[in-house]
Write a protein that binds this ligand. Structure first.
Ligand SMILES: [Zn+2]
Length: 379
């Protein structure tokens, strides 16, 4: 559990900033948001400024917790596991963007949770083990898996409750458990299948890491010695896509054959190898495309997979009764984010995303919250 010194630097870089100054800036930026943008962010509460006040209150609470965390991390005597727990507890509570959906990690107005196709595996249980650098990030792929696969779980690395849960899963002798890992001595899926047939009546648990390559290597060290590993065969189903589907929202280097593949794509391919269900394989990739497009909208960029109408259906009706005349702006704005807004945001989200422009909204004027989110620094 080596410390990443850069990470601590990033944490420390702006925590001393003047909070009142930041709040004043935030208020100004919030004033400039249209109703539509407020719905996108989950700020709108139907009153003239109640939602904005709530937003600022959340922001202050987050700022205070972040300050406390950074203070605690400064203590060199603190146990590394403790440090990890501090970080993971913070990221679990606040994610990366204020008010983002706790499940898909997109802004409330862009939540895709209700749009995921859902599949049941026949014998494989999936566990996503995510690094806190990924947790809460809009462009992360693994977060859609619990909503896409019956019984799948996502666990945060270093978060004490989740570590406990993972240990419990690893100790479960009624299933054969393997970590998806591209090691030279990793089993091929057919070998893992055969082993599971022999040992546990075919029942399998697969753990997929969701992290950058460097972090994933560190995370692999967490697993007990002797944990089985499984890798994708070189000729896996991935060969039909030369580039990761996640590429439009992430900087990826290399092609899929180099193992640079999103968590969802790796999991889809492995499950296809293990279970042979092509509909599930395609469906998982379709779910990923929906997430990528929504993330593109959140970053104020164009759709790449055509998974949804680029902009709102118009609610403007020429025959609308006269009394509503003055609401034109509000009504047009309401349609984009309104419907999905309720589904996710029951707890607040957190800071800036490492890959930038987390809160850039659908409309170019909406850059404001971006700046503020960035002031919160990174994980
Ligand atoms: Zn969601």
């Amino acid at each position: 559990m080596v410390e990443d010194p850069e990470e601590l630097d990033r944490l420390l870089s702006d925590v001393g900033d003047n909070e009142e100054e930041l709040v004043a800036k935030l208020m100004t930026q919030l004033q400039g948001l249209s109703h539509k943008q407020q719905r996108l962010y989950g700020i709108w509460d139907g009153t003239s400024d109640g939602g904005r006040r709530a937003f600022v209150d959340r922001w202050r609470a987050r700022h205070a917790e972040r300050r406390a965390m950074v203070e605690a991390l400064k203590d060199p005597a603190r146990d590394p596991r403790d440090r990890m727990a501090l970080r993971s507890e913070y990221i679990m509570r606040w994610r990366k963007i204020l008010f983002s959906c706790p499940t898909c990690w997109l802004l409330p107005g862009l939540c895709v949770c209700g749009r995921m196709q859902r599949f049941s595996t026949s014998r494989t249980k999936l566990v996503v083990h995510a690094h806190h650098g990924e947790w809460g990030s809009a462009s992360n792929s693994g977060s859609i898996l619990p909503n896409s696969l019956e019984g799948a779980e996502i666990l945060l690395y270093g978060y004490p409750d989740h570590d406990r849960r993972l240990r419990e899963l690893l100790a479960d002798t009624s299933r054969t458990t393997a970590l998806l890992w591209p090691g030279a001595d990793s089993l091929l899926p057919e070998q893992l299948s055969a082993l599971a047939d022999e040992r546990t009546g075919g029942r399998l648990t697969v753990v997929a890491l969701d992290a950058t390559w460097g972090n994933a290597r560190r995370m692999q060290g967490w697993f007990p010695k002797g944990t089985l590993t499984v890798r994708l065969p070189p000729e896996s189903t991935l060969k039909e896509n030369k580039l990761s589907l996640l590429r439009p929202v992430r900087r990826y280097r290399g092609d899929l054959e180099n193992g640079r593949v999103s968590t969802v794509e790796a999991v889809a391919s492995l499950l296809y190898e293990l279970e042979g269900d092509e509909a599930m394989y395609r469906g998982l990739l379709d779910n990923l495309k929906i997430k990528v497009d929504a993330c593109r909208l959140q970053k104020n960029r164009s759709l790449v997979y055509d998974t949804q109408a680029p902009e709102e259906r118009s609610e403007r009706r020429p025959w609308r009764r006269g009394g509503q005349r003055g609401q034109d702006g509000g009504a047009a704005g309401g349609s984009a984010g309104g419907s999905a807004a309720g589904s996710g945001a029951d707890s607040p989200g957190e800071e800036s995303e490492t890959e930038g422009s987390p809160a850039a909204a659908v409309t170019p004027v909406a850059a404001p919250l971006n700046t503020i989110a960035s002031t919160a620094g990174s994980q």
